[in-house]
Design a protein around this ligand. Structure first.
Ligand code: PLP
Length: 427
């Protein structure tokens, strides 16, 4: 059944109902490496993609399938692929389209790990990443040439938390024939990038989807809404014969399965060759997180908005960054977030870096960790941790000033969150 509401999809969406063999309501953890073939013909059909089914857990697993089909439905996409981490998901998104000599255009507002992957590691493979400022969506068009394979951005990038103009950049891309890939990690449920024109969505499931700080994982959702054949020369990995699969042309070979060429090619080639699967146990953990994600997002966002208002009125605080406080163009862009403004928040102490450190050390309930999206409230001082390798100028460019503190607001009672912040500010 095609459920329309995220609260219902999170519990009932996708391929799993009850386990056909046991009746198990919870998705069983299929902790197996390989799957028994019915006979030699069945094995040959699976390998030849004439029939879909399980072969080997590096490439597919029924527990992962339950997670993939549920998240694909939640994002409004055609199909999804789970992988071992958010980083692997980003790498796969790009490598599925690019060969050496190709380029992508990426927003400058990125998670540090993604920045490193794009600026340094992709270069090793001959893939150029052109970074552009998303303040002007036209920057994406200006940086595009015949070898540009995709655009890449984050919906709600921290620390600046300036919401990305998804519809505007997706429209430019569709005009030229370039797909937009969105990292929607910080805005699950509250933003639907595919509905705004993006072609692919990825998540670090490690964060809000998992929601309990227990497991590392990533997922890629194929929107099924981009014409890779019309792209002609731009998408040879999808619309030209693939020597690694008997010359299969992916846009043709899997047509009967729906508009899923992008994600099937990622599974059959990249996951096969690079091998970064999500462990079935972690897929189970993410299914548990997913069940309460819509409910948690509501509380995360509600708490963060209250914390933003509290900090904005505090005499020791110089400035607060949270979309609920934006005005003008930033507020217009943030209006694509529905039902909440996210749970990431930044603020600047008037007394600078030392005060930032003192504040973090004085927190009693908040955890001091390099993570976001946990059910618990988390804090970090980026200038001395996540962004400490950058120069002061680079820190400023990425939105990190010496006294800047980043919070990931959890789902505790708001009074307890504010009490902890208040006593730490007093310190
Ligand atoms: N994307 C965003 C927005 C992130 O914040 C992170 C990690 O912090 C990643 C991707 C990478 O995810 P993972 O840590 O699961 O590899």
């Amino acid at each position: 059944m095609a459920y329309l509401h995220p609260e219902t999809i999170a519990l009932h969406g996708g391929s799993h109902r009850a386990d056909p063999n046991t009746g198990s309501v919870a998705v069983p953890i299929h902790q197996t490496t390989a799957f028994q073939f019915q006979d030699t013909g069945h094995a040959a059909r699976l390998f030849g993609l004439a029939e879909m089914g399980n072969i080997y857990s590096r490439i597919m697993n029924p527990t992962n399938d339950a997670l993939e089909s549920r998240i694909a439905q939640l994002e409004g996409g055609a199909a999804a692929l789970s992988v071992g981490s958010g980083q692997a998901a980003t790498a796969f998104c790009v490598m599925n389209l690019c060969e050496a000599g190709d380029n992508i255009v990426s927003s400058t507002d990125l998670y540090g790990g993604t920045w490193n992957l794009f600026a340094n590691t992709m270069k090793q493979f001959g893939i150029e990443v052109r970074f552009v400022d998303p303040a002007d969506p036209e920057n994406f068009r200006r940086a595009t040439d015949a070898r540009t394979r995709c655009y890449y951005a984050e919906t709600l990038p921290n620390p600046k938390l300036q919401v990305f103009p998804i519809a505007e950049v997706a429209a430019i891309g569709r005009e030229i024939g370039v797909p937009l890939i969105m990292d929607n990690t910080a805005a699950p449920v509250i933003c639907k990038p595919l509905a705004l024109g993006a072609a692919v969505v990825m998540h670090s499931t490690t964060k809000w989807i998992g929601g309990h700080g227990t497991s590392i994982g990533g997922i890629i959702v194929d929107g099924g809404n981009f014409d890779w054949e019309a792209g002609g020369e731009r998408f040879p990995t999808l619309n030209k014969p693939d020597p690694s699969y008997h010359g299969a042309v992916w846009t043709q070979a899997v047509k009967a399965m729906g508009p899923v060429a992008y994600i099937i090619r990622m599974r059959t080639c990249l996951l096969r060759d690079l091998g970064a699967p999500m462990a079935p146990f972690n897929a189970f953990m993410f299914l548990q997180g997913l069940e309460t994600l819509p409910l948690r997002m509501e509380r995360h966002c509600e708490n963060a908005t209250k914390v933003a208002a509290y900090l904005a009125g505090h005499p020791k605080v110089a400035s607060v960054t949270h979309p609920s406080l934006f005005s003008g163009e930033a507020a217009r862009r943030a209006a694509i977030l529905k039902g909440g403004m996210g749970s990431l928040l930044g603020f600047e102490l008037k007394a600078g870096a030392e005060a930032g450190k003192t504040f973090i050390e004085a927190l009693k309930m908040f955890y001091h960790v390099a993570n976001i999206g946990d059910a618990r409230s988390l804090a970090i001082h980026p200038a001395t941790t996540t962004h400490s390798q950058l120069t002061v100028e680079e820190q400023a460019m990425s939105g990190v000033t010496p006294g800047y503190v980043r919070l990931s607001i959890g789902i505790e009672h708001i009074d307890d969150i504010i009490a902890d912040l208040s006593q730490a500010l007093d310190a």
